[in-house]
Design a protein around this ligand. Structure first.
Ligand SMILES: Cc1cc2nc3c(=O)[nH]c(=O)nc-3n(C[C@H](O)[C@H](O)[C@H](O)COP(=O)(O)OP(=O)(O)OC[C@H]3O[C@@H](n4cnc5c(N)ncnc54)[C@H](O)[C@@H]3O)c2cc1C
Length: 447
């Protein structure tokens, strides 16, 4: 029994079915989850539209006549709905073709081996050898923020917003916040970003965060650093956000991007006494909860909140439940998960960060090569950013890296493969990459 049909639940179902398990999957919204409806997919689709706008705005640099295209929210709304419908259709068909029983309803736990599905038709209690909980998370809304979905938005109200904000105040400068700053700026909105500390993307490599800040400033984003939001209200003209230190930020709209909370309250976890921390389910390295036979995956497990991690956890759970944990397959190593931020330039990293290595007193070699040396970057008329590679000076084993620049989210996969497979800088140098491509910059960094 799987509750929640996002990336974690979908993957646990698919792999479980492939390994011969009989699977029932309960989902209250769409099979594909919040990832399809509100998170990864619509946000990246809107960012791609913004990318098309900024690409066209640079048409002169590509030897074209200058053009100044504008956003069409109606068209954009249709585009997002079309992508979501296609993905949900595919996901549902794949699950059905694997004989996964799909239930449209709300799931909860009755006892260690029973799940209740509440649907429009009524209630059904279903016995299960194993239960997998992957109900995801939703945006956190503090009590001082009167979200109305109109002027005061969470990310879920923004696909697309009812009107294009003339000036949007984004609260929160983590990954989600900066992606929305980039998105709205590329649509032509004025943007103010409240940064609670002195650096956007707290916890990221300072050089990488600085590259993004520099780009935001160049594009006219107003950065309010050291501004911790404590209040938010509607005004005659729009909205006003209050910072702890007395500053205010006025705009036509505000968007909250200050983290998420787990969807665990409907699960009746108390019926089996599952251990939680702030609503997130505590799991071990096999994603097992404190109760035998009950696993948790995805955002609900409180680990890295990434779709890719959720899918991998789902797969590992299927393998474990089907008795494959004695086989020599690797456990999920969260430290080796690649991640990306879809801003312009894109930012991506994997493995050991330079700052963490120094903090641990670990000897590393860091090489950095700017994209401006790349022929392909010049051909693309976009020489921004760099590749930074972290390796072991004694063995040459690649330990991590960061990429800032166009297609960083794609290019990082080369480093992710290297980090996960234990490849050395020589392995990269000896690989014959295509010329001219941006990936040649990785070879240069390795060399
Ligand atoms: C704006 C935004 C952009 C993001 N972009 C990216 C990105 O580009 N790349 C990336 O890797 N990650 C991204 N993420 C994170 C990613 O979306 C999540 O990590 C991922 O969706 C987690 O998958 P999941 O399976 O845990 O949960 P979800 O995708 O949240 O799915 C959980 C499902 O469970 C269902 N559910 C909940 N309770 C019940 C119940 N009681 N009964 C039945 N069903 C229930 C929900 O309806 C939902 O469909 C983004 C997040 C946000 C907020």
């Amino acid at each position: 029994m799987i509750i929640g049909g996002g990336p974690a639940g979908h993957s646990a179902a698919t792999y479980g079915a492939r390994l011969g398990a009989e699977i029932v999957l309960i989902e209250r919204d769409v099979f594909g989850g919040a990832a399809h409806l509100w998170d990864c997919i619509p946000s990246k689709a809107m960012i791609a539209t913004g990318g098309a706008l900024s690409f066209l705005a640079r048409s002169k640099g590509m030897g074209l006549e200058e053009v100044s295209p504008h956003i069409d929210l109606g068209n954009l709304g249709e585009r997002l709905a079309g992508i979501e419908a296609k993905l949900t259709n595919t996901t549902t068909k794949v699950l059905a073709s694997q004989q996964v029983r799909l239930i449209d309803g709300i799931g909860s736990i009755v006892d260690e081996h029973t799940v209740r599905a509440v649907t429009d038709e009524g209630e059904e209690d279903i016995f299960a050898d194993y239960i997998v909980l992957c109900t995801g998370s939703r945006p956190r809304i503090p009590e001082w923020a009167p979200v109305d979905g109109d002027r005061i938005l969470t990310t879920r109200d923004a696909y697309p917003p009812k009107e294009l904000p003339s000036h949007i105040v984004v609260v929160g400068s983590g990954v989600t916040g900066v992606e929305f700053v980039h998105m709205f700026r590329s649509f032509g909105s004025e943007v103010t970003l409240l940064v609670s500390r002195q650096q956007v993307l707290p916890g990221k490599d300072a050089e990488v965060a600085y590259a993004l800040e520099e780009d935001f400033l160049r594009r006219g984003v107003n950065l309010m650093k050291g501004a911790r939001a404590t209040g938010l209200e509607r005004t005659d003209e729009g909205v006003r956000v209050y910072s702890e230190d007395g500053r205010v930020a006025d705009g036509s709209h505000a968007l909250l991007a200050i983290g998420s909370i787990p969807n665990s309250e409907l699960l009746a976890l108390e019926n089996v006494g599952i251990a939680t921390d702030g609503g997130y389910i505590n799991v071990d390295h096999h994603c097992r909860s404190s109760v035998p036979h009950i696993y948790a995956a995805g955002d609900l497990s409180g680990r890295l909140p990434l779709s890719s991690v959720a899918s991998m956890q789902g797969r590992k759970i299927a393998e474990h439940a089907m008795g494959m944990h004695d086989l020599p397959h690797r456990h999920l190593d969260y430290d080796k998960a690649a991640s990306a931020i879809f801003t312009e330039p894109e930012i991506a990293d994997v493995g050991l960060a330079e700052a963490d290595a120094f903090a641990e007193g670990r000897k590393i070699r860091v090489t950095k090569v700017p994209f401006s040396v790349s022929a392909k970057a010049l051909i693309n008329d976009d020489p921004r950013g760099f590749v930074k590679m972290v390796s072991d000076p004694a063995t040459g084993v690649i330990l991590g890296g960061s990429i800032v620049g166009r297609h960083a989210a794609e290019l990082i996969s080369i480093l992710a493969l290297a980090v996960n497979a234990g490849l050395t800088v020589n392995d990269i140098v000896e690989s014959l990459f295509v010329h001219p491509t941006l990936s040649e910059v990785l070879a240069e960094a390795a060399e």
